[in-house]
Design a protein around this ligand. Structure first.
Ligand SMILES: [Zn+2]
Length: 249
């Protein structure tokens, strides 16, 4: 019975601190929840929705899985979206990835971890889709981080393709789908795309967000090439052969 008692202790302290601020907080919250946001994020312990946004219990509905995937055969995720949109009537669905995602890394590097490999194949599909412009990247960590961003954009699109969102828009329910990425090293969220608030938004806003990533990928490729060029010049000037040439000339 005493197992994990430190967690029960922390829980009592947390509840007491909230009650101190607002004595009827839990009593009121137990009557109903009316969150405006649905967060679809990664299970990573470093990316907790409420804490990152500074929101209290009751303010955000949350679904998390490894690598924040939205898969059309995942009844768990679809049920969360359906309940959030049709019953809670959230106004915003936010797909949130994070840099340094272990799930994305495992998929990109084709690491084997067992059952989860099948789940992560969805990320390999995203990689294959964008391979032509990603292939030029020399840095593995840059590829990893760009893939974290692309995975969010594909997740946004997948959310919008569900009947749940399509039907909500058809009945003019106000609903926007957002794509963000979180930096583990600075604790900050970044917006990756204009939000999708109607079926007409999807393609142009997705294309614009992909174009933005392509631009940054190209800049990274050029930077790496330039750095490699400079390194070669330094190497040549340091090499005995070049010294000989310099002496002979
Ligand atoms: Zn992750």
């Amino acid at each position: 019975m005493n197992e994990l008692k430190e967690l029960f202790q922390k829980n009592r302290e947390w509840a007491a601190a909230i009650v101190k601020e607002q004595p009827d907080f839990f009593e009121q919250l137990s009557q109903q929840q009316a969150p405006e946001y649905l967060w679809i994020g990664c299970s990573d312990s470093r990316v907790p929705a409420n804490e990152i946004l500074g929101l209290m219990p009751g303010e955000i509905f949350v679904h998390r899985n490894v690598a924040n995937l939205v898969v059309h055969t995942d009844l768990n995720c679809l049920s969360v979206i359906q309940f959030a949109v049709e019953v809670l009537k959230v106004k915003h669905v936010i797909v949130v990835g994070h840099y340094g995602c272990g799930g994305v890394k495992a998929a990109v590097l084709n690491e084997k971890h067992g059952l989860i490999d099948s789940w992560l194949q969805h990320i390999q599909d995203v990689h294959s889709k964008h391979k032509p412009f990603l292939d030029e990247l020399e840095s593995e960590s840059r590829l990893h981080n760009y893939m974290c961003e692309l995975n969010v954009l594909e997740g946004m699109k997948n959310v919008c393709r569900t009947n749940i969102i399509q039907d909500a828009w058809a009945r003019k329910q106000p609903l926007s789908v957002h794509g963000w990425i979180y930096g583990l090293s600075d604790g900050l969220l970044r917006n990756l795309s204009e939000c999708f608030s109607s079926p007409e938004d999807i393609e142009p806003n997705y294309d614009a967000a992909i174009a933005e990533i392509k631009k940054r990928v190209n800049a990274s490729v050029q930077k790496d090439k330039a750095a490699r060029g400079n390194a070669q010049i330094v190497d040549q000037s340091k090499s005995p052969a070049s010294n000989d040439q310099a002496t002979n000339s």
